[in-house]
Design a protein around this ligand. Structure first.
Ligand code: ATP
Length: 153
């Protein structure tokens, strides 16, 4: 059996909600029902915790986060978008490297290690998926993920 994606994402949102709420950040979701990803639930959980954790961490008070998931051409597509500080053009090529932390981040340091996205990329690769990012400094960030669909028999 595959991993039921809306369930997984709702579990993570439930965990992250209190922290988001404290910052007045609203989380919106647009999930197609019943999507199943072929993969490891624990790893996928870890992957989305990293992305959502970052979204909350790098979004100032009163911002929002939007998570979508749908099926397109036989794959699962997930996006995680925030209205946060964004990532500068110079940083974008490096954010998936181990220990890399954006410039802006070091000033409001919370002791992050810069490992999160390297682990996220590793998990995506293990699933033969894809991840890419669009970001505008000062406006926000959007991660796009592609993951294998669990085909129903
Ligand atoms: P940790 O490993 O503890 O999460 P980290 O957040 O610094 O620390 P990564 O998750 O690997 O490490 O992220 C790498 C860098 O990418 C961050 O330091 C930050 O500059 C940038 N980044 C990641 N996600 C976002 C986001 N949603 N908005 C803005 N910048 C981000």
């Amino acid at each position: 059996r595959g991993v039921l994606l809306p369930d997984l994402l709702h579990d993570i949102i439930e965990q992250i909600q209190p922290i988001a709420e404290m910052k007045g950040i609203h989380i919106y979701t647009e999930f197609d029902p019943q999507i199943e990803v072929r993969g490891d639930r624990e790893r996928l959980y870890q992957l989305f915790v990293i992305l959502l954790d970052n979204a909350v961490k790098y979004t100032p008070a009163k911002g929002h986060i939007t998570i979508t998931s749908h099926i397109n051409k036989g794959s699962v597509h997930v996006s995680v978008q925030d209205t946060g500080i964004g990532i500068s053009k110079e940083d974008i090529p490096f954010i998936f490297e181990r220990f890399y932390r954006g410039d802006k981040v070091r000033s409001c340091d919370d002791g992050g290690s810069g490992l999160g996205l390297a682990i996220a990329k590793w998990i995506i690769d293990k699933h033969r998926g894809k991840i890419r990012v669009d970001s505008i400094k000062g406006e926000g960030t959007k991660f796009y993920l592609q993951l294998p669909l669990e085909k129903k028999v």
